[in-house]
Design a protein around this ligand. Structure first.
Ligand SMILES: [Mg+2]
Length: 234
């Protein structure tokens, strides 16, 4: 087995979403002096993280926070806008995330990001993580108009990678992701190698570990940059 392109999921794979949410919840609490509105810091943090984890649309999250804590409507709008504009800048990476992406590329692999979410928002997280220029291809559901696990999204990404490296085969592509349903199973259907960021195992995952460091040790030695010549004569 050899790998010539590595596709990464973003949230809960490279990006420690719950750490970022906790950090940002407390920042907003301080910056918008929510204590003066009678909001308790612990209650705010707990409700903030719980609502964002429910994967509601962001306006619904802030509406619910505003109603729950009795905040004025203008303040709720301000908090929601601030979230969109600034959360990405404070994105917290998992230990080893940057090293994994950079070393995959340094070893000769193409690197790609495949993420469900609004395009500008997901890209702002990449900037905050220090990974803005670490990928050869960035494909978000917001830009593509279709979400993982749609096969068309995986196929579109493969086409973009193959355009950069003619002769690339599905078997040369690996994916690193935390979601069995959104990352691992649809990638396996494409014939890609699958690395599941999880403490569990599954028949559709070629390797699994909850630690990026373990995934790093498994993945990097598999990377062999391929050239069109190898396919032409090989
Ligand atoms: Mg994820």
């Amino acid at each position: 087995m050899s790998i010539a392109a590595v596709v990464f999921d973003l949230d809960d794979t490279l990006h420690d979403k719950s750490a970022t949410l906790r950090l940002f919840a407390l920042q907003q609490y301080d910056r918008y002096t929510l204590r003066q509105h009678g909001v308790g810091e612990r209650d705010w943090l707990a409700r903030y993280v719980a609502l964002h984890t429910e994967l509601l649309p962001k306006p619904a999250v802030f509406l619910a926070l505003g109603q729950g804590f009795g905040l004025p409507a203008e303040l709720v709008d301000t908090l929601a806008t601030d979230f969109d504009h600034r959360l990405g800048l404070h994105a917290v990476p998992f230990p080893g995330a940057r090293e994994l992406v950079h070393e995959a590329r340094a070893a000769g692999a193409l690197t790609a990001l495949l993420s469900n979410g609004r395009d500008a928002f997901q890209r702002s997280k990449l900037a905050g993580l220090g990974l803005a220029s670490a990928f050869d291809v960035v494909l978000t559901s917001g830009a593509a108009g279709t979400r993982k696990p749609a096969a068309t999204l995986f196929e579109a990404l493969f086409c973009q990678l193959a355009a950069l490296r003619p002769g690339l085969r599905p078997a040369d592509v690996a994916i690193v992701g935390d979601s069995l349903a959104h990352d691992i199973r649809p990638a396996r259907t494409q014939g890609w190698t699958t690395l599941w960021k999880s403490p569990l195992t599954d028949a559709s995952a070629d390797f699994s570990s909850p630690q990026l460091l373990q995934i790093h040790h498994h993945l990097i030695p598999l990377i062999r940059p391929t050239t069109p010549q190898e396919y032409r004569y090989g």
